[in-house]
Design a protein around this ligand. Sequence first.
Ligand code: NAD
Ligand code: UDP
Ligand code: UDP
Length: 338
Amino acid sequence: DSSSGSSGFFSKRTFPGRVPAGIGRKSLRIVVTGGAGFVGSHLVDKLISRGDEVIVIDNFFTGRKENLVHLFGNPRFELIRHDVVEPILLEVDQIYHLACPASPVHYKYNPTNVMGTLNMLGLAKRVGARFLLTSTSEVYGDPLEHPQKETYWGNVNPIGERSCYDEGKRTAETLTMDYHRGADVEVRIARIFNTYGPRMCLDDGRVVGNFVAQVIRKQPMTVYGDGKQTRSFQYVSDLVDGLVALMEGEHVGPFNLGNPGEFTMLELAEVVKETIDSSATIGFKPNTADDPHKRKPDISKAKELLNWEPRISLREGLPLMVNDFRNRILNGDEGKGL
Ligand code: NAD
Ligand code: UDP
Ligand code: UDP
């Protein structure tokens, strides 16, 4: 058992007969939906290494078995191929609900945000599990407030191309709060800002993955529009620490989880160039409809109530994903861009 038991977490609702994970802390059984994806697989690694039992539910829409293959054979790990749009029966202590087609090329394809979230809330209600929703900064739409605080209600187009993602997550937040107020389900809501790192989907249209893959392939980085729009990029291990702190804390949220370091797309291209190849070039392309002009989290609430803040800057984090991308591109994993 690799758990140190030092995370300070203690649950009263652990099922009987579970093997202790460390002094003062029982091992938990935890579901991670979307656990074969980018963020999910890093979260699963953390939960397994501290001594918990993890069940991943994933339909491999964008996730990959390769992200979890190092855990196959571990008796505390289980992988179920299942679409969360369909009901499922399990007995668990906690549910991290990440399953969602999360990038522009994928998210128009199914109703996971509504039906999947409903089923996982139904499961949480039936077994008395604590439920954590991974919502998104996209609930703020093209924000009229900058930086964005959790109190901002957002500026979202209800009928645009991105709507099934941002409105889908807004509905998921509503369902989560309804189950909390109406059925006493213990819930947590994270609003995640742009995140990058190893195991990111290749070619799924997200900007950091696109630029890194393009430079490795000696192609120009595709900057959309004038490249002056901004985003704030968070390294994946910081996000995973934030998700666990939120699940284990006493506060429902919502909490912004992101790195406040703000960059234009032109600045991002410059950092990628400095990190990987000083001969890299840029090619401009038209921007997509409804692209938010700027985005930056106000994280004072998470700092104060979760005692969390990101530690890894863009310049420190980018080099940590380059080897993973190089290996996958060399091995012909061209991702699952549709
Ligand atoms: P990802 O695409 O790598 O992971 C999503 C996982 O969900 C994949 O493994 C996919 O196969 C699985 N999935 C999709 N639909 C499913 C279904 N119907 N049933 C079962 N599994 C299904 O994306 P990610 O970046 O790891 O995102 C994880 C979560 O974090 C998502 O909910 C996303 O909306 C949220 N989020 C991510 C970011 C980011 O920058 N990465 C930003 C904001 C929010
Ligand atoms: N659900 C599930 N697993 C469970 C319990 C419920 O998948 O262990 C699904 C159930 O099929 C339903 C949804 O979650 O579609 C909401 O369940 P809830 O009990 O809240 O609603 P109801 O079935 O009463 O409409
Ligand atoms: N973008 C870009 N080149 C790309 C992909 C994206 O310039 O190859 C821009 C996109 O227009 C947006 C920003 O990068 O302004 C972030 O896009 P992404 O899809 O990564 O995240 P989101 O828009 O969901 O924040």
